[in-house]
Design a protein. Sequence first.
Lengths: 203, 203, 203
Amino acid sequence: MIDFITLCDYTGTFAFAISGIRLASAKQFDWFGAYVVGLVTAVGGGTIRDILLNSTPFWMEHISYLVVSGLALLFVIIFRKYVIRITNTVFIFDAIGLGLFVVVGIAKTLDYGFPMWVAIVMGTITGSFGGMIRDILINEIPLLFRKDIYALACVLGGIVYIVCLHFSVSLPMTQFIAALSVFVTRVLAVRYHISVPVLKGEE
Amino acid sequence: MIDFITLCDYTGTFAFAISGIRLASAKQFDWFGAYVVGLVTAVGGGTIRDILLNSTPFWMEHISYLVVSGLALLFVIIFRKYVIRITNTVFIFDAIGLGLFVVVGIAKTLDYGFPMWVAIVMGTITGSFGGMIRDILINEIPLLFRKDIYALACVLGGIVYIVCLHFSVSLPMTQFIAALSVFVTRVLAVRYHISVPVLKGEE
Amino acid sequence: MIDFITLCDYTGTFAFAISGIRLASAKQFDWFGAYVVGLVTAVGGGTIRDILLNSTPFWMEHISYLVVSGLALLFVIIFRKYVIRITNTVFIFDAIGLGLFVVVGIAKTLDYGFPMWVAIVMGTITGSFGGMIRDILINEIPLLFRKDIYALACVLGGIVYIVCLHFSVSLPMTQFIAALSVFVTRVLAVRYHISVPVLKGEE
């Protein structure tokens, strides 16, 4: 399971970094700035989780996350003209990564002895706060608050995880089902433009 | 004293969450996004304080802060049309919450063995950084830097706290006077439009 | 070496705080808000480093950083009309501070037992994330991602540091050379308008 998780982890890191690099390039960032935004998008959620858990941030223990983000930069530079056409492919990678990030965040939080509801929050933070920091850095209102089911897909995945554990489903199967439910929720939400209703303000 | 503090804590959390949810709704956030902004407004300052103190963030130990923020969302949804009319009431709750947040931040920092001036800084961070993060998330220049006496009221409350301790006032009385001075400063500043002078730039 | 480092540390803190206060004043912040932005610019990078290293933030151990930032505010208020004319002087202080911040960040990270590449990242964060937070607070796209060689100068300084250690250069000499290389890179980049190429987006 660890190896499969590692593979998905790199896939997700790559896809998250690409989303950061593409948005940075649309704002005329230089190569290094785009790299930083890509890296922060990829590792930001997990870093906030680890700070809250009082754990050493995961990317400080393996250089691979910096390397994968660098490969994402190279990828965008080299395949610049084709990146739009493969948007759907990148979206699929992104959704796979999201599912895995949520599962990793939940598993780590439970390992640290926190209750289930903290684990759901941490899974959601792991999956969605990287994109939130990305949007702050490029000076846009965070997309996750306004479009499609994103953070909510993480919450749903967390609930599925807890329910599976409650019914004594094996851990690998629980993690697979939870990640799959995040993935499917994302794909359906984007495919059928399902959104959370906008909160109408008094102004 | 603990019970009275808990009550004020929930009141403040509720009022802070409402301020986040209302500003988020003015920016067309969806329900879930508005909830996240409300929650972050309510717990953001204390979370930064706890990270700096190397303590487990307070909201990870009781689910009540998530619940109270959820109630604030329900409140805004249900009483949408009346929220403007009760703005003054919400302001009073907000000022009560601010006073308490400052006191809680100071007390916790002193418990951790830090000197008085660190406690004043932490009280100010507890009271004002939630609103700062809220303004970053909705992509506005943080209000606390430009309007009324807000963060400065926290600093004043911190100084009152330290002075009271210095003159051997009992701890509950010290905390009450400090919270009250934050509250009164806020109310007077808003009532009489008292502001810190703007720093005129060279441009 | 410690004393020389302390001196440069205060010089850098002063220059960083001035950059924050000046940008805040251009956005009509009040005095207290400008002070907060100046302080955060000066200590923000090191604070993020210390949180990631799970160390007590350095400014919580000596009140001097708060005092130096206060002096920077006084300086800007008093010499408002002359601050533009001394922009070049402030730039030199800023570059000196940058060099030192990078070296301090690297040394502390190696002390904590992390590998070289983590130290380079931490040196870069120490030097550049204060300015990044400053730009987020004044609601601008972080300058470091778009202009001149800034964060990259930190990375270069980190590489020089590691190379010197590899060739058994003494620690004080290593730190001096690394800080100098950051300083020289910054001065040359600004003097000759050397930039990292912009990443052309597909849009």
